[in-house]
Design a protein. Structure first.
Length: 100
């Protein structure tokens, strides 16, 4: 699958998330102390916009009902049987690429 440039590193400061609209897919870039991850942007519970929630370390918390998702594995802290997609990320200089 191709790597696509989705953002500049400066657009996702440490401790923040940013939603990227890729047309058919919304993804969320997460910056945990300089480690950039990319996860599915739509919560599997009821469709909440994960990027509008909060990032606590490695956990992205959905703003609607507070389910948390590990940004490295995608696994929910509500139930390990529930997970979201995690995408491969590469950072080159100030540019963030995601495999989609
Ligand atoms: S929609 Fe995300 S926790 Fe309910």
């Amino acid at each position: 699958m191709p790597l696509v440039k989705v953002a500049e590193l400066s657009e996702v400061p440490p401790g923040k998330m940013k939603e990227i609209d890729l047309g058919a897919q919304a993804i969320v870039l997460c910056n945990n102390n300089g480690n950039i991850c990319a996860i599915d942007g739509t919560c599997p519970h009821a469709g909440g916009p994960i990027a509008s929630g909060a990032l606590h370390g490695d956990v992205a918390v959905c703003p609607w009902h507070s389910w948390g998702f590990n940004i490295k594995t995608g696994i929910s802290d509500f139930s390990p049987s529930i997970s979201i997609a995690v995408f491969k990320v590469e950072v080159h200089g100030n540019e963030i690429f995601v495999e989609v």
